[in-house]
Design a binder for this molecule. Structure first.
Ligand SMILES: [Zn+2]
Length: 259
């Protein structure tokens, strides 16, 4: 992670953890600075002056892939990182975007699944819409379901962050559309997420969401915490918090398959 204050990069290279983000947010608040976290560039921008910042730091090389187990060999899983491109989803109090959190969690989850033998199909792998760039919200959702339905996957997981006008709203929720296998998957994921993230368990709920209604395979939508809640925003925008979410979802998937 890089930390840039008024265009000047600090001579540090640290992992973006909940602790560091909490400290940086505290500094920003006490100094009346703006804080923005760019997930794609793994960079925290602190803006003390009013001029815009234009800095493009280099990305760090990716880690070497490793094999952990063959528990999920033969399983194909479709992951849908919610929102993307011109649709940021919900915005957190620090200016973080839902679309960045959902993609980061999904990419960590993909790595974990692949390291355990699964084949993973993504509806998007970068900061873009699932349909064409100017697609309407409905076309974007239809494109995501079409990818899932054609993927040959046995389960479909859409990953989101919740948002609410009141900052106190908190917790994790998993939605399904009533199919018994979807309920089973949602139940396993919700249990694992509530345990792993240690935030309020809002339970497994029925929802008539487009992507769940039109999915031809067991499908769930995960709201992995409230981006509108300052503490859960830090959980969602930090490297360790995202890894915890990915690990919890992975355990929920393994529980669903009974492996
Ligand atoms: Zn969303």
């Amino acid at each position: 992670m890089k930390i840039i204050i008024d265009g000047q990069r600090l001579p540090l290279d640290v992992k973006i953890t909940r602790d560091i983000l909490t400290v940086l947010k505290g500094v920003a608040r006490s100094q009346n600075w703006n804080l923005h976290y760019d997930n794609a560039l793994e960079t925290v921008y602190l803006q003390a002056k009013s001029e815009a910042i234009d800095v493009l730091p280099q990305r760090q090389p990716a880690e070497e892939p490793a094999v952990e187990s063959t528990r999920l060999l033969g399983k194909t899983i479709c992951l849908d990182p919610g929102h993307g491109g011109s649709d940021p989803g919900a915005t957190g109090p620090s200016g973080s975007y839902e679309k960045d959190n959902t993609l980061a969690i999904a990419l960590l989850l993909r790595q974990k699944l692949e390291r355990n033998g699964a084949r993973v199909i993504m509806t998007r792998e970068s900061d873009q819409r699932a349909g064409y760039p100017d697609s309407t919200p409905e076309e974007d959702l239809a494109a995501r379901v079409a990818i899932a339905n054609k993927s040959g996957a046995s389960i479909f997981l859409s990953i989101h962050n919740d948002g609410f006008p009141h900052p106190a709203a908190s917790g994790v929720t998993t939605y399904h559309y009533g199919n018994p296998q979807s309920v089973k998957l949602a139940t396993s994921l919700q249990k694992s997420l509530a345990l792993g993230l240690r935030i309020k368990d809002r339970g497994v709920r029925f929802a008539s969401l487009y992507i769940l209604r039109y999915a031809l395979l067991p499908a769930v939508s995960i709201e992995a915490g409230f981006i509108s809640n300052p503490e859960e925003e830090i959980l969602l925008m930090s490297g360790d918090g995202r890894a915890l979410a990915a690990e919890s979802i992975f355990q929920g998937i393994a529980g669903y398959y009974g492996v």
